[in-house]
Each structure stands twice: as C-alpha cells, then as structure tokens.
Ligand binder design. Structure first.
Ligand SMILES: Cc1cc2nc3c(=O)[nH]c(=O)nc-3n(C[C@H](O)[C@H](O)[C@H](O)COP(=O)(O)OP(=O)(O)OC[C@H]3O[C@@H](n4cnc5c(N)ncnc54)[C@H](O)[C@@H]3O)c2cc1C
Length: 200
C-alpha cells in the first residue's frame, strides 16, 4: 500500500489518499466471507460511533477542566472570573452536558457489551449527543478564556480545532438523526408498537 497524498485538515487527523499496487489477499486473510464486507463494515460503524462519543467526552472533559481552572485564576474587576454569575452558569451548563454525554456513552457501551438489540440507535444517540455537546462545551471553554483562547498552541485553541471533525465522521449528526428517527417510526413511517427507548 502506498500513501499517495496526506489530506491536510484543520486538525491532525491521519487521513489521505492511498493506492494499492501489486496487492493480492489470500482467502485465509479475508475478514468474514467474500461479499459480506459491507455488512461487516456497517456493524463495525455502530461500535465505532460509541468510541467517537467517548472521544468527544474526553475532549469536552479537558476543555471543561481548562475553563474551570482559568476562571479561578483569572481576575477582572477585582474578582476571579469564577465569581461572576454569568461564568458560573456557563460552567454549570458545561458540567451538566458533559455528565449527560458520558452517561449516554456508557449506556451504549454497556448495551454493546451485553449484545442488546437496541444498541444501534443508542450508539447513534450517544454519538450525536456527545459530539454536539462537546462542540458547545469547547466553544464555551474558549469563550471563558477570552483572547487567550485564540492563541495558537494553547490547549483550548487546539481542542476547538480537534472537536470539529467528530460531528462529521463515522456518520454526521444529520445521519445519526435519520437512524434514530427510523428506529422510532420505522423505515416506512409506521410507528412501532413498542417504544424502542425502553427496550433495555
Ligand atoms: C477526520 C476524518 C476522518 C474520516 N475517516 C474516515 C474513515 O476512516 N473511513 C471512511 O470511510 N470515511 C472516513 N471519513 C469520511 C466521513 O465518514 C465523511 O466525510 C462523512 O460520512 C460525511 O460524508 P461526506 O463528507 O461525503 O459529506 P456529504 O455526504 O456530502 O454530506 C454533506 C452534508 O450534508 C448532510 N447530509 C448528507 N446526507 C443527508 C441526508 N440524507 N439528510 C440530511 N443531511 C444529509 C451531511 O450530514 C453533511 O452535513 C473521514 C472524514 C474525516 C473528516
């Protein structure tokens, strides 16, 4: 395999154009049976969505800690930023969203571990909520840092760039919503008799 060209993005994600030259794959090294590749890839995606949710929680946790610490250190108008109610409300919202995202990711991971039938839609919910929440949390963390948050190389500036791709890869937020909606109303739009949210 040859890497033809590395794709430069706003953050360091190892993607690019690759080419296979003089390659052959012995049958013994096939993943699954011939012709079943797409099915296997889709099943893997469900699991990976959970891990993207977990990555989002990690990024958001770091952003929250940076913001909490900075708000206590930085003084304006004779007081720490953390003293101001406007900043306290931001921190409270960030902590609450972070906790909700973490629990949703844990729940999806638990369902995967236990082979639960509702895992697919729960993984989509975890990915959707955790990545969207992480984006909001990182954005607020940068806001709390003021101009310092925009300086290249600072942790929040890097988190701001790192977090953006998560809402796009492994299925964008819009696609996660389609998956969740289909699990609620079925592909043909007919409402299911049982509520899929309370199957676990
Ligand atoms: C860092 C990174 C790593 C990646 N890694 C991989 C990888 O390992 N393997 C891999 O196969 N791919 C990978 N991708 C590709 C990634 O999965 C796609 O970029 C992603 O699925 C979106 O597809 P697209 O870029 O073609 O956007 P499009 O499909 O063109 O979508 C553009 C916009 O339209 C919206 N949209 C599309 N269809 C609908 C719809 N039906 N309803 C509503 N809105 C819709 C999308 O949500 C998006 O906002 C990676 C991408 C990035 C950025």
């Amino acid at each position: 395999m040859v890497v033809k060209e590395k794709t430069r993005l706003i953050s360091s994600h190892p993607i690019g154009t690759i080419a296979f030259e003089d390659c052959s794959i012995p049958e013994t090294q096939l993943v699954g049976k011939e012709g079943e590749g797409l099915k296997i890839a889709f099943a893997t995606l469900d699991m990976l969505r959970c891990t993207v949710g977990a990555a989002a929680v990690g990024l958001a946790q770091r952003a929250f800690e940076e913001a909490l610490c900075y708000s206590q250190k930085r003084h304006q108008f004779g007081r720490s930023l953390a003293h101001f109610q406007g900043i306290q409300w931001k921190l409270a919202d960030m902590a609450t969203e972070l906790e909700a995202a973490r629990l949703l990711v844990y729940q999806a991971a638990w369902m995967n571990d236990h082979g639960h039938e509702g895992f697919k839609e729960k993984a989509s919910m975890a990915k959707l909520f955790a990545t969207e929440a992480a984006q909001r949390i990182v954005d607020q963390a940068l806001q709390i840092h003021g101009g310092v948050g925009l300086i290249s190389g600072t942790p929040v500036e890097q988190l701001y760039r790192d977090v953006r791709a998560l809402r796009i890869y492994e299925g964008s937020s819009e696609i996660q919503r389609l998956i969740i909606a289909r699990s609620l109303i079925g592909r043909n739009g007919k409402r299911k008799v049982h509520n899929p949210l309370i199957r676990w």
